[in-house]
Design a protein around this ligand. Structure first.
Ligand code: ATP
Length: 493
């Protein structure tokens, strides 16, 4: 109303001035410029539109395309039943499900699950990234949130559907605890708008919007987002277990020619800690390696090499000198022999091919997936870390900088050992422990275990030399060859 009065009075004033013979053109030009600026500021959100990814349920992904993740799929399906049975839900006076939060590490299939949820509920699917809402101009984020929900409703109506799934990836970028970013209130306004939109979803609406958000850092989220009535379902999407890894590998090799001898279960066993995205990459890299080899189908060794590549990076053209190569071979042989002595059957291969930051490496297979470290296991891991430099000492008479990375890992494990109450200090409060005591305890743990590694490797000196020499010529040795040599060496128990 006030604006109308001002505009009206202004126009009247201009007419009066013109009637009096005063030149009003400069005033008109200035007014026009102000109007243009005002207009641009108002519409800046639309001028820099939100990038929204969409996919139709027909072209989309179904729950069958998501490998492993049994509990997550089950939980998600249960939640989606509320949407499919909207009539009964409404009749019972149950409020609609507004948001589901998928929480878990990167690459575990959260986006896939959201797409599958859209297909399952026959809804239109819109995907955006949390970072899309963050702009330097105040108000743009909030405007984009409104734009997103408006688009979801429009798209559903245009497609003749009454459901829409809005997927917000990395919601922690826009949904972190309010007040975190003191410098600018833009983040807070954006989050407030999202909360308003979530609260605005009502059972009587023509289009039922479901927000599925994903985050690797749920601890950063504003509590208002997690309170019941908003994202009141939190579904954990964890790294896949062995069976899950096998299913994912099977899914991603469906369209690839495999050798009859390929054992995907063995690859699944070797890839503990891999996410779905890692496994997809393994299948893809294996196919690329087979193509480079000119092979018609993918063999087991292509998969093995693909796992190394995904784990450590591309093979490097680095050419160490002959002397360095021998040192690397001795170092890796040390790791492999101790690994085999402590956990028989654990080494799949050892190599002196440089990849990523590693000059050489050994690959071990855990017998089973495990989620808890015993005292013996941690001691074993530390010994395997130290074995490379001990072998260098024994065979070559001195160590090298090649052991630095191993020592860092050994120190990390020793700290874990201490904090778990496994050291001679017993159970401790790590933060109250004086730094000197902590340092000396870590040194004691590592010193004692280094001595044990020396005792293990001393009788194996000739096996170390034999294996290292062979490794220099062959570049890669299999775990089976390593075990055969160790069996021949009577002293090396
Ligand atoms: P981020 O948190 O990094 O966004 P995300 O959890 O959303 O990752 P996706 O984008 O769903 O992960 O997965 C990336 C790719 O990894 C998928 O396109 C798919 O090829 C593969 N992938 C991941 N998890 C699975 C799975 N459980 N089954 C089959 N493929 C998977």
């Amino acid at each position: 109303m006030l604006i109308e009065i001002i505009v009206g009075s202004g126009a009247a004033l201009l007419v009066f001035l013109a009637w009096k013979g005063i030149n009003v053109l400069p005033v008109l030009a200035l007014g026009g410029l102000c109007f243009l600026l005002f207009y641009l500021l108002e519409r800046r959100g639309e001028l820099a539109p939100l990038r929204i990814g969409t996919c139709s349920p027909q072209a989309g992904v179904s729950f069958e395309d998501v490998g492993g993740q049994g509990p997550a799929k089950q939980e998600l399906k249960e939640a989606l039943e509320f949407i499919l049975q909207a009539e009964s839900v409404r009749a019972m006076g149950i409020r609609p499900l507004k948001g589901i939060l998928l929480a878990g590490p990167p690459g575990t299939g959260k986006t896939l699950l959201a797409k599958a949820a859209a297909a399952y509920t026959d809804a239109v699917f819109l995907a955006v990234n949390g970072s899309e809402f963050i702009e330097v101009y105040a108000g743009v984020g909030a405007q984009r949130v409104r734009q997103l929900f408006r688009r979801a409703r429009q798209m559903a109506l245009a497609a003749g559907k009454n459901r829409a799934v809005v997927f917000i990836d990395e919601i922690d970028v826009l949904g972190s605890k309010r007040g975190t970013y003191h410098a600018h209130q833009e983040y807070d306004q954006t989050l407030n708008q999202l909360l308003v939109e979530l609260d605005g979803i009502r059972p009587d609406e023509k289009v039922n919007v479901l927000v599925i958000a994903a985050s690797n850092r749920t601890d950063l989220l504003d509590p208002a987002l997690l309170r019941p009535g908003r994202f009141d379902r939190v579904v954990r999407v964890d790294l896949p277990d062995k069976q899950g890894r096998l299913q994912i590998l099977q899914l991603h090799t469906r369209n690839k020619p495999l050798d009859p001898g390929v054992d995907l279960a063995a690859i699944a066993q070797e890839t503990f800690g891999f996410s779905g995205a890692h496994l997809e990459s393994v299948a893809n890299e294996a196919a690329i390696l087979a193509l480079r080899d000119g092979a018609k189908s993918i063999a087991q060794h292509h998969f093995r090499e693909a796992v190394d590549k995904v784990m450590l990076g591309e093979k490097l053209e680095r050419k160490p000198t002959a002397e360095e190569l021998r040192r690397i071979a001795v170092h890796e042989t040390g790791h492999a022999v101790v690994s085999e002595l402590l956990q028989p059957g654990s080494v799949t291969h050892l190599t002196i091919t440089s990849r990523g930051n590693a000059l050489g490496y050994i690959r071990q297979v855990p017998a089973e997936d495990f989620y808890l470290f015993t005292k013996e296991y941690l001691e074993g891991r530390i010994q395997i870390c130290l074995a490379g430099s001990v072998a260098e000492d024994l065979v070559l008479g001195s160590g090298s900088t090649g052991g630095a990375g191993d020592f860092q890992e050994a120190v990390r494990l020793a700290k874990q050992y201490l904090e778990a109450g496994l050291s001679d200090l017993g159970v401790v409060s790590p933060e109250d422990l004086p730094a000197g005591v902590r340092h000396r305890t870590v040194q004691r743990i590592i010193g004692g275990l280094r001595e044990r590694v020396r005792e293990l490797l001393l009788p194996c000196r000739s096996a170390l030399v034999k294996l290292a020499d062979r490794l220099v010529t062959e570049e890669t040795l299999s775990g089976d060859y390593l075990r055969a040599v160790l069996r021949e060496e009577v002293n090396c128990a």
